[in-house]
Design a protein around this ligand. Sequence first.
Ligand code: PHE
Length: 360
Amino acid sequence: MLEDRIRSWDGEEVVVRFDHLTGTWMFVCIHSRKLGPACGGTRMKTYPDLEGALADAMKLSAAMTLKMAVADMPFGGGKAVLAIPLAFAEDQRTELIKRYADMVESLGGNFQTGPDINTSIADMDLIGERTRHVVCRSRERGGSGDPGPYTARGVFHGICASVNHAFGSPKLQGRSVLVQGVGDVGSRLAEQLVAAGARVLISDVATERVQRLVDSIGATPIPPEEAIGSDCDVYSPCALGGTLNAGTIPQLRCRIVAGSANNQLAEPDDADRLRAANILYAPDFVINAGGVLYAWGLEALGWSRETIDARHRGIGDTLANIYSAAERGGVSTEAAAIRIAAARLSAGDRAATSIQRGPL
Ligand code: PHE
C-alpha cells in the first residue's frame, strides 16, 4: 500500500502532486538533506502502477544520498519521478514540464534537479525559466549542458581502477568490456574505452544506436538477450537498473561489474551474491558520480575544469580504497561503500565536506 510505503521509508519527505491535465503523478522524494540540499535528476517514465513509480523515486533518491556522500559533495539526495500515463501525448510535454518546474520552485531550494532518463537539456532550460533550482541547462542559457560524457568519464576511471584491482594493471589494452545500453552515457563510455585500447562489445535494444557505434568505433554488437551471459572481463550496465539479481548473477561470465546505471542490484543480497561468485562489483553510486561532480561542481561550487578532472580521477581512487576495505573487512564492496557514506553522513554537517578542503 502507498501509505505503508511512505510511512516506512527512511527518507525525509515525499511530495506528491497529481497533474489532472495529463494524468501524470509527480513524486519528489527528499531522502536526506544532512549534507546539504537534496539533489537529484528528474525521471520521466510510464510505470506499471503507482506504487512502482513511488518505489523507484524513493530508491533512486536514497542512491543520490549515498552518491553525494561518497563523492564528498556538500549535498543531500533526492529524486523526482514524473509517472506519465501510457497515453501521454508529447505535445503536452512543455506544459507538464512547466507545471513540474513550479513544483520544484515551491520547494524553495530544498530540492535541486537535473536530467535523468527521458528528460533533456531542453527540459532543463524550460524548468530554468521557472526556478533556479536546476542544473544542466544548455550552455547558451548559462548551464553546464549534457552531463552524460562526464558520467562516462567517471565510469571510465572506475573501470581502470577495477581492472587494476582484479588483474594487477590498469591497462585496458586487450581487456574486453561489454557496455550494456549505449545511450547518452554508454555510447560515450564505449568511445573512451575503444580509444584506450579495450575490446568493446555493445548491446542495446535500440538497434540503430548499436549500428551507429559499430560503424563509428568498430565495437562488436551483442544481441540484448545474450548480453548477460557473454564472456568478457568487464560487464558494464549502462541502461536501466535492477539487472543484477538472483537469476542473472549466476549467468555472468565476467570478472568485474562496473557501469553507470543507477540501482543495478535488484536487492541488497545481490552484493553478496556477486562477492560469492568472485565478481568484483563497483557500487553504482560510487562509479556513476561523474555527472553529479561535473554539474553541481561547476554550477553550484564554481569548480574549475582541473578540479572536475581531478574529482573524476578520484572516483578510481575511491573505488580502489573500497575494494581494499571490502577485502580487509570480509564484506561486499557495496557494504564497504555504504560504510564510507554512513561515516560522512554521521559526521554530518556541511562543514565536514570538501567545500573547504578543495579538490582531492
Ligand atoms: N541522473 C543523474 C544521476 O542519477 C543525476 C544528475 C543530474 C547527474 C544532473 C548529473 C547532473 O546521477
